[in-house]
Design a protein around this ligand. Structure first.
Ligand SMILES: Cc1cc2nc3c(=O)[nH]c(=O)nc-3n(C[C@H](O)[C@H](O)[C@H](O)COP(=O)(O)O)c2cc1C
Length: 199
């Protein structure tokens, strides 16, 4: 029987959503039965039971240093269960999409600030098998899917990147490294295929 994976994500402007869906497609192609769950649009009572999966991957976008409330609630709510299921072979992965990880030299810092810190706070760092910080989208176009204040904040945060030519003013800048995402997905597939959940 094919193994089951839950990819649960929280995304404010769509970048993490696209990453979650792309990873979901890779997992499906590798023969894993994958459910991709939008935590912002799904009520907590409709979250599927983790015990029915062989692996769980949780992703969030970052805004002012913070995960989406829904994705952090998901981890907090399932902290105890994740640790118990992990001991029984559940594979657990985490990722974020953020501006800091755009520069490969700052990816480790992004992992520390946006992943390791929250996992330690929630007390589940040891329950997580693999994690990574991916770059994000800097949508500086007038039609960016965000409110006035968020646009202002993003423009301020992107000032240096405009100066050094990393992003273009007035445009949607996709700074995600799809090879990095692919490598992470492949590694996750290996972990799921090679880890046996005792039934
Ligand atoms: C208002 C705003 C604040 C942001 N704050 C941060 C931040 O503190 N650190 C960071 O690395 N990236 C920051 N970013 C960049 C986002 O993390 C990036 O755009 C990411 O792709 C968003 O993911 P999402 O589209 O799934 O929400 C910010 C973006 C916006 C629009």
């Amino acid at each position: 029987m094919s193994k089951k994976v839950l990819v649960a994500y929280g995304s404010r402007y769509g970048s993490t959503e696209e990453i979650a869906r792309a990873i979901g497609e890779i997992l499906e192609k590798e023969g894993l039965k994958t459910q991709v769950l939008d935590l912002k649009r799904t009520k907590q009572k409709e979250w599927p039971p983790l015990a029915s999966f062989d692996a769980v991957l949780v992703g969030s976008g970052i805004k002012i240093g913070r995960w989406t409330d829904e994705a952090s609630s998901f981890l907090k709510k399932h902290a105890g269960e994740l640790k118990t299921l992990k001991a029984n072979g559940l594979v657990v992965g985490v990722f974020v999409s953020c501006g800091l990880a755009v520069n490969p030299e700052q990816r480790q810092e992004a992992q520390q600030k946006y992943i390791e810190k929250i996992l330690t706070e929630i007390g589940i760092k040891d329950a997580v098998d693999t994690y990574d910080a991916f770059g994000g989208v800097y949508d500086l176009s007038p039609s960016a899917p965000m409110g006035f204040l968020d646009k202002k904040m993003l423009a301020m945060g992107a000032k240096q990147m405009v100066k050094d030519g990393t992003v273009t003013e007035g445009a949607r800048n996709d700074l995600r490294d799809w090879n990095q995402i692919r490598t992470f997905a492949d590694h996750f597939v290996d972990l799921v295929k090679n880890t046996g959940k005792e039934n």
